[in-house]
Design a protein around this ligand. Structure first.
Ligand code: GTP
Ligand code: MG
Length: 187
């Protein structure tokens, strides 16, 4: 069994990465947030899968590209956060964030990705129409979830999905070099 799970949040500035982490920890929306949340560890007994879980924030203002590269390397799963009310942050998932996470690893298995549409309180409809083509383009995307750090909608669910993506991956992690599925869960 795995010893722990390391979840990294990435995405454009101001999409709400830090707010999501602090909402989960504090169970309320933090009006004021620092650029980057301290790394937190959730003890095994309070996580759904009973595995210690580290949650790691990213801030472009506070971290170098090299630090970002190292964090991606250490992560077991990456949550790419976008703002459902800002289309430009959705486009960057495809043009910037997924290539950054998995672009260098065409050989080995890829890091699973969860797409996280934050600020659902600001948009009545859903962002799924924009996100579905991205999901079909990148098989390493396990799932997508819309949430709101502000009204706490789907916050614990998103971290549960991330934990689950590591412990019970459903998407086949396809290895294009070897032309075979490296990890697959039946059903
Ligand atoms: P950087 O640290 O600059 O990369 O930004 P970030 O992605 O960490 O975003 P941050 O958590 O600092 O939030 C950016 C702004 O969005 C803040 O003003 C938050 O209060 C606001 N915000 C975050 N989540 C939500 C949300 O769910 N709904 C609304 N309406 N605002 C939010
Ligand atoms: Mg931040």
């Amino acid at each position: 069994m795995r010893r722990d799970v390391r979840i990294l949040l990435l995405g454009e500035a101001q999409v709400g990465k830090t707010s999501l982490i602090l909402s989960l920890v504090g169970e309320e929306f933090p009006e004021e947030v620092p650029p980057r949340a301290e790394e937190i560890t959730i003890p095994a007994d309070v996580t759904p899968e009973k595995v210690p879980t580290h949650i790691v924030d990213y801030s472009e203002a506070e971290q170098t590209d090299e630090e970002l590269r190292q964090e991606i390397h250490k992560a077991n799963v990456v949550c790419v956060v976008y703002d459902v009310s800002e289309e430009a942050t959705i486009e960057k998932i495809r043009t910037k964030w997924i290539p950054l996470v998995n672009g260098g690893s065409t050989r080995g298995p890829r890091v699973p990705i969860i797409l996280v549409g934050n600020k659902s309180d600001l948009r009545p409809g859903s962002s799924m129409e924009a996100v579905l083509p991205i999901m079909s383009q990148f098989p390493e995307i396990e799932t997508c979830v819309e949430c709101s750090a502000k009204n706490l909608r789907n916050i614990s669910e998103l971290f549960y999905y991330a934990q689950k993506a590591v412990l019970h991956p459903t998407a086949p992690l396809y290895d294009p070099e070897a032309k075979r599925v490296t990890s697959c869960q039946p059903g």
